[in-house]
Unconditional design. Structure first.
Length: 86
């Protein structure tokens, strides 16, 4: 399948995008299960401080990054972490 294949061609061929989501906090990377407009969902619980972070979204090899602030961090027992875009 070429990069120029139409959306319809990919659907007929059973194409599925390769999506990778990560959160970077203080130089450490955490796998994400989901992102929303004001939250990220960790794949596994982690103890995260409040403060600056970066969301990395890679779809079919195309990367997009944006800065967020973790409003309250995470106490290690929760998967959902509140964010605010910077």
């Amino acid at each position: 399948m070429t990069a120029n294949a139409s959306r319809e061609d990919r659907a007929v061929a059973g194409y599925s995008s390769d999506v990778q989501l990560r959160l970077i906090v203080a130089g450490r990377e955490y796998a994400l299960a989901q992102i929303g407009p004001d939250f990220v969902m960790l794949r596994e619980p982690a103890d995260l401080p409040s403060g600056d972070a970066e969301v990395v979204m890679m779809i079919d090899g195309r990367e997009r990054r944006w800065a967020v602030t973790l409003e309250h961090g995470s106490n290690g027992a929760e998967l959902e972490v509140a964010t605010v875009d910077r």
